[in-house]
Design a protein around this ligand. Structure first.
Ligand SMILES: [Zn+2]
Length: 152
């Protein structure tokens, strides 16, 4: 489908098929499932594990929506943009710890989000509190740190 704006991929529907999880393979082979995000016919991919393949398991992947990796990268970029925008007026830089996710709780499920690290002259605890509240309010981030170590 044409004209899907990248923000449309934030609804958690990319690669979500419009059929139940355990739909037999023969069913989606004869009548393709459709992506709940963009409506495209979904492709059947083999599982990596031979055992799962033999059990008849398969994965449905949308050929149009960005991959999970691409979505995660896009989310990190957006979080960083917002964090920088919030930190800058207080003379602080913001970065995301590479490869580190913080565990939180959203509803009944664990959520994982990047950790924002603030770097610069200590602005006082009240200001740090303000910044961390604004960052966690405007993004899925659940942990903001302030760097004390002087080494870059
Ligand atoms: Zn899609």
């Amino acid at each position: 489908m044409v004209g899907i704006n990248s923000s449309d991929h934030d609804r958690g529907l990319c690669d979500e098929p419009d059929v139940p999880n355990n739909t037999p393979r023969a069913v989606v082979e004869s009548s393709p499932a459709h992506c709940r995000c963009c409506g495209s016919a979904m492709e059947i991919h083999e599982m990596n594990s031979l055992g799962m393949q033999q059990a008849g398991m398969y994965r449905l992947i949308c050929p149009v929506c960005p991959s999970e990796e691409e979505r995660r990268e896009a989310q990190r970029a957006e979080i960083l943009r917002v964090a920088k925008e919030i930190a800058a007026p207080h003379g602080l830089a913001a970065e995301l710890f590479p490869g580190i996710q913080s565990v939180g709780v959203g509803g009944d499920e664990r959520t994982y989000s990047p950790v924002v690290n603030l770097v610069g002259p200590f602005p006082g605890l009240e200001t740090l509190d303000l910044i961390s509240r604004e960052i966690s309010g405007r993004t899925p981030v659940n942990r903001v740190t302030f760097q004390i170590t002087a080494k870059p």
